[in-house]
Design a protein around this ligand. Structure first.
Ligand code: B12
Ligand code: SF4
Length: 494
């Protein structure tokens, strides 16, 4: 899970006209966290643009992280589209060199192209800054007519977003993911936290929403029992979330989504979510210190109210995967034990930890650069698992070791047990899922390589869905407090 597949050293045939290949490059996996999260659900970056491919182009999809080797060279593609994030930019450049040298046209898109265009430009024949669904068909037409431009711009403000075609999920290898139903209903967020990629210079994403019925239909069309919303914040507009829930409810599916904790402002909204099939939420708590949240300009309820709000979600059968950022300026060496202790007391079923990471182009990056606190610009280590700046109130080593300690402690059998759901019926599924997800890093490479991910995970999902439907009937019949703890235990999120 640490090394990219080797590229073949063979002669290739001439590029086949109208043949396009889309590649998600390899990135090394953090051994402290679960390898399972990388095969939970795919990114929508490439399936979204694939859906806009004009005829007679044929498109193939390759995700190097599924451990099936390097991307294909037969038939040799005329165009190779690569998504580029900062952590795997170097691998993207290597792939680009490989395909360009053999005659393919390479196109880059993705977050890193937007934040560091000058770095990406020399490695590709064309780069796309921003939204790609409208640029992709234009690029292919320009290739056909031999008038490819070096740069294309896509606006995330495009009102046509609501009418985008559904992502081409049929291209995905279904057995390789827990679910191929990654969904996206909205983009943007009402917050603009200083450390978030949404605060990147030049990235303007107004909160936009797709028609609830259209999203629900997409969910049904993929035929899977479980869907994961990849939205930055599905709860930014409570009225919209409520309408989406109304559209999802008759489908009898289960799903998870990233939301901010203020979704609990109105417990009736949480109830609607539960009745619509929500079994898990991914919540960026970020920090238990209000001063850190203020410094990041995150508009959020106070940390001393977090536990009560978590209980509202639990009371509605929704499991909570909390995301915590370590290394804010107010964090001293006591932050690790304090955070893990709180997570156990609040009985969060799952949590992810992230070392504060200044993404290029964000206010946080500018501030740390100005203060001379950046340690290097090796983007491959800007993956929230490595310390890349000098922390204010501890040493680099303390932050690194504290981060690793948090994962070790939270993934221990003792902690898994201490955080079990209060309702005893939910405990067996929770324990099974936790062991697979948190203690299975020795097993995941085998499951991924042999495409057994879906087969192994699916029965647990089916049990969760079946239990959820029973719970939901009780919830609908009895009002708000029907019981606790039926979630899928793996909530959306990174
Ligand atoms: C699904 C997801 C994952 C999945 C799959 C990741 C993968 N690379 O395969 C999993 C769970 C495995 C994952 C893991 C991680 N992720 Co992640 N993930 C996401 C998430 C939630 C959704 C991505 C998505 O589907 N977006 C929707 C698509 C449609 O938007 P898009 O990617 O921007 O693509 C559009 C354009 O950029 C453009 N485009 C993109 N590629 C291309 C290519 C071409 C050729 C063209 C023409 C256009 C084009 O067109 C697309 C359509 O408009 C995003 C948050 C988000 N909502 O975007 C975070 C996000 C991308 N992840 C992030 C991070 C940090 C990680 C981790 C490092 C976290 C961690 N510590 O574990 C890991 C490791 C991954 C890595 N090393 O890069 C950050 C990246 C920050 C940054 N500045 O790079 C994000 C933005 C989350 C965040 N809020 O910070 N992730
Ligand atoms: S609330 Fe989350 S998604 Fe929204 S800006 Fe802050 S970190 Fe980003």
């Amino acid at each position: 899970m640490a090394r990219a597949p080797q590229l073949p050293d063979r002669r290739t045939t001439a590029p086949v006209p109208y043949r396009a290949l889309l590649v998600n490059p390899f990135y090394p996996k953090d051994p402290n966290a679960s390898f399972g999260k990388h095969v939970l659900t795919p990114s929508l970056a490439l399936t979204s643009i694939a859906a806009a491919t004009p005829s007679p182009w044929q498109v193939e999809y390759w995700d190097e992280n599924l451990l099936q080797g390097p991307p294909p060279i037969e038939p040799f593609p005329e165009v190779v589209g690569i998504t580029v994030h900062l952590t795997f930019a170097e691998r993207a450049f290597e792939l680009a060199r490989f395909y360009r040298r053999r005659g393919a046209i390479v196109v880059f898109g993705g977050l890193h192209v937007l934040s560091c265009p000058d770095e990406c430009r020399p490695h590709a024949d064309a780069i796309v800054l921003g939204e790609g669904v409208r640029a992709w068909p234009e690029i292919l037409r320009d290739v056909e007519n031999d008038r490819l431009r070096p740069e294309y711009h896509g606006s995330f403000r495009e009102p046509a977003y609501a009418a985008d075609p559904p992502p081409a999920r049929h291209l995905l290898p279904r057995r390789s993911f827990l679910t191929t139903t990654s969904l996206i209903a909205t983009r943007g967020c009402h917050n603009r936290c200083g450390f978030c990629y949404l605060a990147t210079d030049g990235l303007k994403i107004p909160y936009q929403m797709r028609a609830p019925d259209q999203v629900a239909a997409e969910f049904a069309a993929d035929g899977q029992p479980y869907g994961v919303f990849t939205d930055n914040n599905l709860g930014s507009r409570p009225d919209y979330l409520r309408a989406l829930c109304a559209a999802l409810r008759p489908r009898n599916k289960i799903w998870s989504a990233a939301v901010t904790i203020d979704v609990t402002d109105d417990p009736s909204l949480v109830r609607d979510m539960a009745l619509a099939g929500c079994t898990g939420v991914f919540i960026g708590f970020e920090s238990l210190a209000a001063s850190n949240l203020d410094a990041a300009r995150k508009k959020t309820p106070r940390p001393d109210d977090y536990a009560r709000r978590v209980r509202i979600l639990h009371d509605h059968g929704i499991q909570v995967n909390g995301s915590f950022v370590l290394g804010f300026d107010e964090d001293g060496p006591d932050v690790f034990a304090r955070t893990v202790d709180w997570i156990e007391k609040a009985r969060l079923e799952c949590a992810t930890f992230h070392i504060l990471t200044p993404y290029p182009g964000t206010p946080l990056f500018r501030q740390l650069e100005r203060d001379g606190r950046l340690l290097h610009r090796d983007w491959s280590r800007y993956d929230t698992a490595n310390v890349v700046f000098r922390p204010a109130r501890m040493t680099v080593e303390q932050l690194q070791q504290g981060y690793e300690w948090c994962y070790r402690t939270l993934f221990s059998l003792g902690s898994i047990w201490r955080r079990r759901p209060l309702g005893w019926r939910a405990v067996p599924a929770y324990v099974a899922m936790s062991l697979l997800y948190k203690k299975g890093n020795w097993l995941w490479p085998f499951l991924i390589r042999h495409r057994l991910v879906h087969t192994v995970w699916r029965p647990l999902i089916e049990i969760s869905r079946w239990r959820h439907l029973r719970f939901r009937r009780r919830l609908a019949a009895r009002g708000e407090h029907a019981g606790a703890g039926v979630g899928t235990c793996v909530s959306a999120g990174v």
